[in-house]
Ligand binder design. Sequence first.
Ligand code: AMP
Ligand code: ZN
Length: 437
Amino acid sequence: MFWEREVELLPREELEALQVKRLRETVARALSSPHYGKVLGGKGISPEDIRSLEDLRRIPFTTKEDLRRGFPYGFLAVPKDEVVRLHASSGTTGTPTVVYHTRRDLEVWADLVARCLYMVGMRKEDVFQNMMSYGLFTGGLGLHYGAERIGALVIPSGAGNSRRQITLMRQFGTTAIHIIPSYALKLLETFQEMGLDPKEMKLRMAFVGAEPHTEKVRRRIEEAYGIDAFNSYGLSEMNGPGVAFECPYKEGMHVWEDSYILEVIDPETLEPVPDGEEGELVLTTLRREAMPLLRYRTGDLAFVYPDPCPCGRTHRRISRIKGRTDDMFIIKGVNVFPMQVEQVLMAFPEVGNNYVIVLEKAGPMDEMVVRIEVREELLGGGIRKLEELKERVKRALREEILVTPKVEFVEPGGLPSGEGKAVRVIDRRSEVRGPRS
Ligand code: AMP
Ligand code: ZN
């Protein structure tokens, strides 16, 4: 089950020694970039100052703002002609940021992804359908090269075009897919339209990631398709996929610590938080040439599992991502994360696979409306049944988030959804409303 046995099982002490060595090299490389030249140079930090992992804390954090300010070449640490590719983040939270790669960077990245896929049992005999968008987004090409490295047959189907996806699966006997979790649930409707059962495909596993999702959503995917689904975490700034991935135990995602340094901090005080406690993930690249990033604040919230994994890998595990610090919204004075809502909704078998949270101004008060698709079977059951379910959902939500939302039911497939990351919250509170016509 090991792609790089020795590295994956490296005793902690050796792993940390390797991190220190690579951090020193990274600092040396970073000094050639205009941004770090100024920031590290200004503080008089040189590679020789890095003697232990503790020394990392002398380096300032890097933020998305820094990346934007450094656009386009402020973080480039090699001559431009050594760059062979660029990627950009999807820009869900503002203008996109750009990341550059040398040829060697792309090789290291592909190897990290291969390590993830091999870990959960993908082999050269597999037929891998990559249903993520190809292009500037890293999900497509990232998994593509990792899977090719293993020697699997890769179908670069890209995102969207649901009927064609299913046809390809049937024609080529796809065994593994890479898919956004909300789209995996959406695709079930197309299976139904085509009169097909996903369980009749040759599928055996899915790699799901790119957006927050709850354990319950994973279960729904696994049950509907009759497969194993593994959580995959990454971000463009750290290459993309291949940063952290679940092992067969499906209890947290191993962060490849020979390639990244992981810190978890309190986003307010910026102090480290102990294992088991939730905080913001901060990552440092250890092997990247073109664009090393030091102590990058990801904005993603998770915790580190304190105990070692039964699989034997020594690389620490992070929990499922609760969301980004900026996913949190405040309603009636209470802080809410969309995943708290999802957690409650998906516990109801009657609730369908899609939902959206709408925040509105209702007079002087704010109102939270949760629109939920319900299952087909429920629609024939009469109004009373629906009302009764609505009450139960409302109550369960209030227990979790301490606010009573308005709950609205929509028929299956009735909510808008795309092929990319799902939009879970629509905040209309600052919109100026015209008179109703
Ligand atoms: P991008 O750089 O556009 O690929 O977006 C990266 C962001 O997507 C991360 O910072 C996370 O917020 C989110 N993300 C990626 N993978 C996951 C995952 N497995 N679970 C939750 N969020 C994820
Ligand atoms: Zn493990």
